[in-house]
Design a protein around this ligand. Structure first.
Ligand code: IPD
Ligand code: CA
Ligand code: CA
Length: 283
């Protein structure tokens, strides 16, 4: 008889299982940042908000969470470099940590419960480890190159969905400078809406990518993302057997327009968006 599955709370009592040291540090940093974010959720309406540009809010919490993440990394690896959303690029360049301390700031500010901490570690230009942490559900998504992707102790696999028809597809609406692509974006959205079972815009690109890796979304696309939105998710999807690329289907180098999904959905999305790609969307 197959052994009975242990309840999930049991695993929470165990130490993080033989993780890659880089993942281990990222997990500690993500948990500390997540704790700070959740502690401040109730007062989200009262925190200082600066507007970097229209519809792009940065709160004190984003900055404080980022400092916690950087502190945790530097305690273990003082020489490693950083590329972080709020404080930019600093430090060494052999190892570079790519950090979004709070992905989904607009959701956070409204008390809309969908946001995450995203941390990736690059070695000589290649992402080796990635962690995406949803502090409200306490869901920890991890990946390390060649060793797969996990949600807690479960191995992640992208979905087995075979066609856009019947699929659940995630997206992010363009805003700020990316509004210049509103027309082609709406043409893509119309295509997907006519074919898919559902389309979702949850508001945290990092978590959207983790959901593709976990098979909760069959595919995802968004225009104009930043490296900190995508670095951890990119590795996670690849390690979970999925594909991620530019709108033209070329390799994705973190940052910019992207399509992700299980291999079939990825190909179908690339094909169905092809008629709407101007030269600058093809890059
Ligand atoms: C944003 C979220 C959102 C996506 C935006 C990102 P932020 O990140 O990921 O889902 O649509 O493109 O900028 O600003 O909340 O870290
Ligand atoms: Ca982000
Ligand atoms: Ca952010």
């Amino acid at each position: 008889m197959a052994p009975k599955a242990l309840p999930r709370r049991f695993f929470k009592l165990l130490p993080e299982p033989c993780m890659h040291p880089l993942v281990n540090i990222a997990v500690g940093a993500a948990r500390r940042a997540g704790e700070l974010i959740v502690r401040n959720l109730d007062r989200a309406g009262g925190v200082t908000v600066s507007e970097k540009s229209r519809n792009d809010f940065v709160t004190e919490i984003d900055r404080a969470a980022e400092q916690l993440v950087i502190e945790t990394i530097h305690k273990a690896y003082p020489d490693h470099g950083i590329l972080a959303e709020e404080s930019g690029r600093h430090g060494g360049d052999e190892y570079v940590w790519i950090i979004d301390p709070l992905d989904g700031t607009t959701n956070f500010l409204h008390g809309f419960p969908q946001f995450a901490v995203s941390i990736a570690c690059q070695h000589r230009g290649r992402v080796e480890a990635g962690v995406i942490f949803d502090p409200l559900r306490s869901e920890l998504f991890t990946a390390s190159r060649g060793a797969g992707a996990q949600l807690e102790n479960r191995r992640l696999r992208v979905s087995a969905q075979r066609a856009i028809e019947g699929s659940l597809i995630g997206t992010g609406f363009p805003y700020r400078a990316n509004m210049r692509w509103l027309k082609p974006y709406l043409a893509m959205l119309e295509q997907v809406m006519q074919r898919a079972a559902g389309v979702r815009r949850p508001g945290s690109a990092a978590l959207d990518l983790a959901y593709v890796a976990a098979g909760r979304l069959d595919g995802f696309w968004e225009l104009g993302l930043a490296p900190w939105d995508t670095a951890a998710g990119n590795l996670m999807i690849t390690e979970a057997g999925g594909r991620i690329g530019t709108l033209a289907g070329n390799p994705y180098l973190d940052g910019g327009n992207l399509i992700a999904g299980n291999p079939r959905i990825f190909t179908e999305l690339v094909e169905s968006f092809a008629p709407f790609l101007s030269d600058d969307l093809r890059e």
